[in-house]
Design a protein around this ligand. Sequence first.
Ligand SMILES: Nc1ncnc2c1ncn2[C@@H]1O[C@H](COP(=O)(O)OP(=O)(O)O)[C@@H](O)[C@H]1O
Ligand SMILES: [Mg+2]
Length: 254
Amino acid sequence: MSDILLNVSGLTMRFGGLLAVDQVEFSVKKDEVFAIIGPNGAGKTTVFNCVGGFYKPSSGRITMDGVSITGRPSHRVARHGLVRTFQNVRLFKSLTVLENLLVAQHLQMQTGLLQGLFKVPSFRHSEMQAKQRAADWLDFMGIRQFANREAGNLAYGHQRRLEIARCMITKPRLLMLDEPAAGLNPQEKHDLQQLIDRLRREFNVAVLLIEHDMSLVMGVSDRILVMEHGKPITTGLPEVVRADPRVIKAYLGE
Ligand SMILES: Nc1ncnc2c1ncn2[C@@H]1O[C@H](COP(=O)(O)OP(=O)(O)O)[C@@H](O)[C@H]1O
Ligand SMILES: [Mg+2]
């Protein structure tokens, strides 16, 4: 069996005359933390949007475990165990923290609304399980004390953790994080690095990471893809990428 979970080849995305992503290739192994870095506008988020089914790529091929998910909408892609966070936190801000985690599970299970209305025993049982899982994830993230607060009223760092919990509660195989350290203080960044390590070790989830914070990227990633102007410049181990003159140039030229 192949140890490759996600494979992306020849990925290209055009917006009118703009070539936002140009022939990008990479693969993410099971249990690997794989980072994409590059200056603003390099095309990193667009890669996420293509992989996650938010955009239909102009060309290229994306597979999960060898099965093509190219051009599939995001809810279909999610069924292959691929979930993401957004560069700007997207939570149901007027729902409570706990409710955000319940909604995530409902969307995934798509348990019939009718079942819910009539409160059949199987529904009540799965409701209880869903609540337990939510409580467990809030414990894991250290935000259980905020369970009944409106999500929008949480401190920013806690909203980021809730967003990751909302992804993890669906038991993904690939967790995609778009600039998870943005807006975090140094202590929160340090905690985030440990969190990513733990998620990988304890839940066997592979992580695809976009991040600007170099110490986080270098500390947590197994391999790094560097992009500039939509093109892949190089892929390699953190220490190799860090010393690559083309990478240094891309950053200094920013
Ligand atoms: N929906 C869109 N429509 C038009 N242009 C877009 C769209 N999304 C991204 N772009 C453009 O594509 C390029 C890459 O953007 P993006 O993927 O967000 O870069 P990054 O995440 O690396 O900062 C930018 O020039 C951006 O303006
Ligand atoms: Mg971006």
